[in-house]
Design a protein around this ligand. Structure first.
Ligand code: SAM
Ligand code: FES
Length: 349
């Protein structure tokens, strides 16, 4: 049998939004040649749906305590050198107030899996934000919880949930996580979130330890089938206190190419140009937008805690006030011909 032509596969993906896993693998292997065309196709489809608009989400990093021990993560519980903090309810609400004043209409509450944030506490925080700012969306990114917990938080007003699947290959998942975590529970969480009516985000790190093109092909197939509302992909960046400290970082080049492919797989997906992408390449976020992304997530956490939410080394944007972060991104996005918009930014289906 003749091998399929990668150029033809890319055009097929753009028109049919689906490929076999081995064809995704072929596309990944041919990235240096195909990236310019993939970018062109992805930008065209993104413009058709979202024009030149780039949505902003205000990220509030609520806690650096975590009961989990993900091998790649700087705030994993066994990193004794990590400086731990958690924001008070009052501080979280103040961050949202400041964000609202700065024009944000979506707040992302992200953190380690911290038992302090019980369902009751989170219900109060979510309801507090929604009561004061009913025109805003609240997104949670707080890891694995029970279905009952997800239901309570949804009932309290949470609109969206980000939970990266991390890898769609169960054996690879085991290499990145401790024994007590399982691929099947991750998938259970994603299914529960979807069934409970959240807008759901999955995603993975590009260049994570032991990752092969075959693994990435499985991630793309998973995204094609799951059809997430949001998809967070960013390069893996080593953290000096983790077992993966000597593993190389993922590249901006492969991340941007995958952003283009994901845009073609699921055209309406909300796709952030991540902080990790801006960390491995100073122009990474602009390159991400130019490859098909349409979301940026400036940091609204108090500057006093920013450095403590250290998932990986050299994380950018840890010194600026929220207003500076927003202004900086507005300029960056404007400089490449796009427009930062103050809207909830729901997926356009
Ligand atoms: N605890 C929540 C969870 O597990 O979904 C949210 C916080 S967790 C730190 C958010 C994401 O950070 C993870 O899904 C992971 O993909 C990413 N991350 C962690 N360590 C990273 C690293 N070293 N490089 C790049 N991304 C990393
Ligand atoms: Fe829990 Fe990273 S190990 S947030």
């Amino acid at each position: 049998m003749t091998r399929p032509d990668p150029d033809e596969l890319l055009e097929k993906l753009a028109s049919e939004h689906s490929l076999a896993p081995k064809d995704y693998e072929t596309l990944i292997g041919a990235r240096s040649r195909l990236a310019p065309r993939a970018r062109e196709l992805a930008v065209a489809v993104r413009k058709e749906i979202y024009g030149n608009d780039v949505y902003v989400r205000g990220l509030i990093e609520i806690s650096s305590f975590c009961r989990n021990d993900c091998l790649y993560c700087g705030i994993r519980r066994s990193n004794a050198a990590a400086v731990r903090y958690r924001l008070s309810e009052k501080e979280i609400l103040e961050c949202a107030d400041e964000g609202y004043w700065l024009g944000f209409r979506t707040f992302v509450l992200q953190g380690g899996e911290d038992a302090f944030f019980t369902d009751e506490t989170l219900e109060r925080i979510i309801a507090g934000i929604k009561e004061k700012h009913p025109d805003c969306a609240v997104t949670l990114s707080l890891g694995e919880r029970s279905r009952e917990s997800y239901k309570r938080l949804r009932d309290a007003g949470a609109d969206r949930y980000l939970l990266r699947h991390e890898t769609a290959d169960p054996a690879h998942y085991e290499l990145l996580h401790p024994k007590e975590m399982s691929f099947s529970n991750r998938m259970r969480c994603l299914r529960d979130l979807r069934e409970l009516g959240y807008q759901v985000g999955c995603g993975f790190m590009v260049g994570s330890p032991f990752q092969t093109n075959g693994h990435i092909a499985k991630d793309l197939k998973f995204i094609e089938e799951f059809k997430p509302d949001m998809c967070g992909i960013g390069p893996f960046v080593p953290h000096h206190c983790t077992v993966f400290k000597d593993h190389p970082a993922g590249t901006a080049e492969l991340t941007c190419y995958l952003l283009s492919l994901i845009r073609l797989i699921h055209p309406p997906v909300l796709l952030p140009a991540t902080t990790a992408l801006g960390t491995v390449d100073p122009a990474g976020r602009e390159k991400g937008i130019l490859a098909g992304a349409n979301v940026v997530m400036p940091n609204l956490s108090p500057v006093s805690v920013r450095k403590k939410y250290e998932l990986y080394d050299n994380k950018i944007c840890t010194g600026e006030e929220a207003a500076e972060c927003r202004g900086c991104l507005e300029r960056r996005i404007g400089s490449i011909g796009y427009r930062l918009v103050a809207a909830r930014g729901d997926i356009k289906k």
